[in-house]
Design a protein around this ligand. Structure first.
Ligand code: ADA
Length: 533
C-alpha cells in the first residue's frame, strides 16, 4: 500500500457554469478556498483543479477530506465519482490504469440550489465557501490490504478494546498486530475481535494518553475512555464531567473553511488557555487535524453532520434524508477512533416541533448507532418549549438566547438569563438525561465599549452570568457558548440585516482572533472557579 499526499500547487480555473470549459490558465493551492482569492469573495462559481499524479498502476483510492457544495472527480478525463455532501470526507475507489503519469481533476462548486434535497441551504447562518478544504490523498492498494480499522474501548478498568478490521477487497490470510509499535503478534484474519491493550493508560482531558495499533502495516491512534450518559450526569471513566466550552466554526476571512493547521492549533490553544474543556464543532463534520489536536490536548468535542434550521419540507424529503444518513455514516467512519469526540450530533435547530422531524431524527440516530453506540447522539434544538423529539435522542441539548433574541424592548435583558436557565432546569428535572446548553450568547461589535446591546461589555456581562449560572446549577451538565470567534455569514440574503459586516458577531474574539472584553473576563472567572490555570 502506498499513499501520496496530493496537497500543494494545482492548475486552476474558475468558471461560471458547467457549460464553460476550464482553460487552466492559473494556479491555486490545495487545501484552499477559491472564494477567498483576491476579487472572488462572494462569487458563486465552479472551481476546476487539475494536476499530474504518478502511479504504479492498478487499484487506487482517492480521499478528499472535505470540499465545497457539489464535486466531481475525473481521472484522465473519466468521472470516477461525485459528492453532494459538503464538509464530508469521501473515498473514491477506481482503477488507476497503467504505471506512469495520469491527470486528476476535481471540479467543485459553491453553487447554492433551492432543491429540498440539497445539504447546504441559502439560509444557513455561515458562509458556504467553495474549494478543497482539506487534504487530498491517493492510496494504491492490493486487494487484501487493510482499508480501515476501528478501535472501540470496552472497559476503563481492564483496558479491553474491540477492534474491527476492514480489508479493501478480500480478507488477508493473517493479521499481524502490534500496540504502540511493540510485540507484534500474528492471528488468522477476523473482522472483529476483542483484546486487552498492553500497559494501557487511560485518556482523559487532564491526561490525554493515546495508544496506537498497527495491523498489517496500517496504524491508527486511539484513546481508552468510557462515556456514561445514563443519568443526568455525563461521566468519563466513571467521573462526572462539567462541560464548559464554546461553539467554533472552521472559518477565517482569509482562508475560508480551509484554515491552516497552525491557525487551528492556535485556536485550540486559546480555547484551552481560556479554561474551556469543550468545543461544539458547529455545524458540520470536523477537519481531521482539528480532532487529532483535540485528542492530544485533551479537549472534548461534539461533532455534527451539516444541517441548520431545516424546515419540515426538507426533513420529509427522501433525498435530504438519504444524504443526511450518508453524512452521519461518513462522520462516524472518519472520527470513530478519536477519544476527543464525545457527542455525535445532526440537524442543528431543525423543525423539531414537527412530525417530519421525528422520522428523520429516528433514522439518523439509528444510522449512527448502527456504527457506534459508545457515544451519545443528539441534535441541538432552538424550540425546547415545544420540541417533540427529545425522547428520540440521548441528551437534552438546547440553544437558547435569553438577553439577546428572547427579549423584546427591555432596557437590559441580562436579567432574563438566570430565570431562563431555571425554567429549563425545572422543565427537564425528571428526565434522566444530561442537559446541555448547546448555544447561548450575544453579538458584540469589536471595539464597541458603550455597554449597550451589540457592545463588548454587554456581551461580557451576559456570558459571565451564563457561565456562573451553569456552574452553580446542578441540573446543567454543560454549556457551549456561542461563539468562539466572529465568522463569515450571510451577504446574499435578507438576513444580512442582523449580521453587520457580513459576520456572525457573537464571537468572544473577532474574526482575526483578537479578544473582546468577554474573553478576558471569562478567563478570570474560569480561573476563580478552578477551570483555568
Ligand atoms: C442559532 C444557530 C447558530 C447561529 C445563532 C445566531 O442558534 O444555531 O448557527 O445562527 O443562532 O447567532 O443567531
Amino acid at each position: 500500500m502506498k499513499t501520496q499526499l496530493l496537497n500543494g500547487i494545482w492548475d486552476f480555473a474558475l468558471v461560471p457554469d458547467s457549460s464553460t470549459k476550464p482553460e487552466y490558465n492559473t494556479v491555486t493551492t490545495v487545501p484552499g478556498c477559491f472564494d477567498t482569492r483576491p476579487g472572488e469573495f462572494g462569487e458563486r462559481k465552479i472551481g476546476c483543479y487539475r494536476r499530474i499524479v504518478t502511479v504504479s498502476g492498478g487499484k487506487a483510492m482517492l480521499t478528499i477530506a472535505g470540499c465545497g457544495i457539489h464535486s466531481e472527480i475525473f481521472w484522465d478525463g473519466i468521472s470516477v465519482g461525485s459528492s453532494d455532501l459538503p464538509y464530508n470526507k469521501e473515498e473514491y475507489i477506481f482503477d488507476s490504469g497503467s504505471a506512469g503519469e495520469h491527470i486528476l481533476e476535481i471540479i467543485t462548486d459553491n453553487l447554492i440550489s433551492d432543491d429540498p434535497g440539497e445539504q447546504f441551504k441559502r439560509f444557513y447562518d455561515f458562509y458556504a465557501f467553495g474549494g478543497i478544504y482539506s487534504d487530498v490523498t491517493l492510496t494504491e492498494f492490493e486487494a487484501d490490504d487493510i482499508r480501515h480499522i476501528e478501535v472501540i474501548p470496552q472497559s476503563y478498568e481492564t483496558g479491553e478494546v474491540k477492534i474491527k478490521v476492514e480489508p479493501f477487497e478480500k480478507a488477508p490470510a493473517a493479521l499481524k498486530i502490534s500496540f504502540d509499535g511493540k510485540n507484534e503478534k500474528e492471528m488468522p484474519f477476523t473482522e472483529e475481535f476483542s483484546c486487552i491493550v498492553p500497559d494501557f493508560k487511560l485518556w482523559s482531558p487532564e491526561e490525554p494518553n493515546l495508544h496506537t495499533v498497527t495491523i498489517n502495516g496500517k496504524t491508527v491512534s486511539f484513546g481508552i475512555r468510557i462515556l456514561d450518559w445514563s443519568t443526568q450526569e455525563f461521566k468519563l471513566n466513571g467521573k462526572p464531567l462539567k462541560l464548559v466550552g464554546c461553539n467554533r466554526h472552521e472559518s477565517h476571512p482569509e482562508f475560508g473553511a480551509a484554515t491552516p493547521e497552525n491557525l487551528i492549533l492556535n485556536d485550540l490553544l486559546l480555547i484551552k488557555q481560556e479554561g474551556f474543556n469543550f468545543i461544539r464543532g458547529s455545524h458540520y463534520p470536523q477537519r481531521e487535524i482539528m480532532l487529532e489536536l483535540c485528542d492530544k490536548l485533551g479537549l472534548l468535542v461534539w461533532e455534527e453532520a451539516l444541517g441548520w434550521g431545516n424546515k419540515p419540507e426538507e426533513l420529509g424529503d427522501a433525498n435530504f434524508i438519504a444524504r443526511q444518513e450518508q453524512q452521519c455514516r461518513n462522520m462516524v467512519r472518519k472520527s470513530i477512533n478519536h477519544p476527543c469526540v464525545i457527542i455525535w450530533g445532526f440537524l442543528n435547530e431543525c423543525a423539531s416541533n414537527h412530525d417530519n422531524a421525528r422520522v428523520i431524527i429516528a433514522k439518523l440516530k439509528a444510522a449512527i448507532n448502527a456504527l457506534d453506540t459508545s457515544r451519545p447522539v443528539t441534535f441541538a434544538t432552538n424550540r425546547p418549549r415545544k420540541d417533540i423529539c427529545f425522547d428520540l435522542v440521548d441528551l437534552l441539548t438546547i440553544n437558547i438566547y435569553p438577553g439577546w433574541y428572547d427579549i423584546v424592548c427591555k432596557p437590559d435583558g441580562i436579567g432574563e438569563v438566570l430565570p431562563t436557565l431555571d425554567e429549563f432546569a425545572e422543565q427537564f428535572k425528571d428526565i434522566q438525561k444530561p442537559l446541555i446548553v448547546s448555544e447561548i450568547g450575544a453579538s458584540a461589535i469589536y471595539g464597541d465599549h458603550s455597554g449597550y446591546r451589540w457592545s463588548e461589555n454587554y456581551q461580557s456581562r451576559l456570558l459571565e452570568t451564563v457561565v456562573n449560572g451553569i456552574l452553580d446549577k446542578k441540573r446543567y451538565t454543560g454549556v457551549a457558548l456561542w461563539l468562539f470567534c466572529d465568522a463569515n455569514t450571510y451577504i446574499e440574503t435578507e438576513h444580512f440585516f442582523g449580521r453587520p459586516r457580513g459576520f456572525n458577531n457573537k464571537g468572544m474574539l473577532n474574526e482575526y482572533r483578537k479578544p473582546k472584553i468577554s474573553w478576558y473576563k471569562l478567563r478570570e472567572l474560569l480561573q476563580e472557579r478552578g477551570f483555568a490555570k
